[in-house]
Design a protein around this ligand. Structure first.
Ligand code: HEM
Length: 317
């Protein structure tokens, strides 16, 4: 057991230290390496992470660690009581409210065939979990970027006459000077792309196996809101560096919002902080990106996944 843990720790540390490169942000050779090989390096790191988790799983360490963690919390907070209570209540409420149906919740595929982990049999069923995984990565890397990013959209001109801003300068700092800054931004960027794709494919999976049907309509609707949240996450984040692309995207979004009849200007005011692109636009996008959307998104994801836990996976139709 000890040797296994040691091996896992070794694999894990290679995973982490495979990329200490940006730690020496001001060393030009390393900067150059980072710039050239960002994508293969991220791939390497992800591969090592998958190998580590895979190894922990195969060696049986992961379930043991998870079980020990659950036990630790369960002994202190009697979690099992709430877990089984919630499940029992849910089933009995459905039966009491709909006695004519003569049945409780339909048995899930997992229950019927006593399948331990559904995704193991149906890879597409892992897409929701992968979306959540990407979200966790985004939260962690986002917190790191948040230590250095400055939401200052006031346009000024440097000595060469180039337009710049506090936001843009803070991004330059992250990319060139901050330890791990380059890789953190790169991971944040790619995880965002990954999440949008995973959420969309997850929705397709749910649609094509008919998992949106009774009794899972609420989860479908929550899912639609989560898709919008994911897209808005992407949009608001895209504007934050306040480079030419971000500025242009702000102008396009603002035009789209103001062109809505009657409600347009009010919506632009709420979302963009005005009907013109100004420094306030960045402040507004920043607050949406780092507070409002994470709050709404996290709460909805928890409810969404709690419902899956309560209702079980739908059987493919
Ligand atoms: C942030 C985005 C989302 C996350 C983190 C998420 C997470 C999950 C997870 C972990 C599951 C368990 C089964 C699986 O992984 O396939 C699930 C199931 C489900 N999701 Fe999502 N989801 C998201 C977005 C969506 C969207 C956009 C829709 C549809 C519009 C949706 C509708 C559903 C439904 C109906 C189920 C139940 C499926 C079944 O029982 O087979 N979700 N979700």
């Amino acid at each position: 057991m000890k040797i296994r843990l040691l091996l896992a720790a070794l694999l894990g540390s290679i995973t982490f230290f495979a990329l200490p490169v940006s730690a020496a942000g001001d060393a030009p050779i390393i900067e150059e390496l980072m710039r050239k090989y960002t994508f293969p390096l991220i791939f390497l790191q992800l591969l090592m992470a998958v190998l580590t988790v895979g190894y922990l799983y195969v060696s049986g360490t992961l379930p043991r660690v998870l079980l020990a963690t659950w036990n630790w919390f369960d002994e202190r907070f009697a979690l099992h009581r709430y877990a089984s209570l919630a499940k029992r209540e849910y089933y009995s409420v459905v039966f009491t409210l709909l006695p004519s149906s003569g049945r409780t919740m339909p048995q899930s595929h997992t229950e019927r065939y006593n399948v331990k982990s559904v995704w193991y049999w149906y890879p597409f069923y892992s897409l929701g979990g992968l979306s959540f995984f990407a979200y966790i990565i985004l939260v962690i890397t986002g917190i790191y970027l948040g230590f250095y990013y400055v939401p200052d959209g006031e346009i000024t001109f440097d000595e060469d006459g180039h337009a710049t801003s506090g936001s843009y300068q803070s991004m330059e700092l992250i990319m060139t000077k901050v330890a791990f800054g380059y890789i953190m931004r790169a991971i944040h960027h790619w995880a965002a792309h990954f999440m949008v794709a995973a959420v969309f494919l997850h929705m397709m999976r749910v649609y094509f196996v008919g998992a949106y049907r009774n009794p899972r309509e609420v989860n479908w609707i929550l899912g639609v809101i989560l898709l919008l949240v994911t897209i808005f996450f992407g949009y608001t984040g895209y504007l934050l560096p306040w480079d030419a692309l971000g500025y242009a995207a702000a102008a396009i979004g603002l035009e789209m919002a103001t062109s809505i009849p009657a409600m347009g200007p009010l919506m632009a005011q709420i979302v963009f902080g005005g009907t013109q692109v100004t420094a306030d636009t960045v402040t507004r996008m920043y607050w949406l990106h780092i507070f409002v959307l994470p709050l709404v998104g996290t709460v909805l994801m928890i409810i969404h996944m709690a419902l899956v836990w309560i209702q079980g996976e739908a059987e493919p139709h």
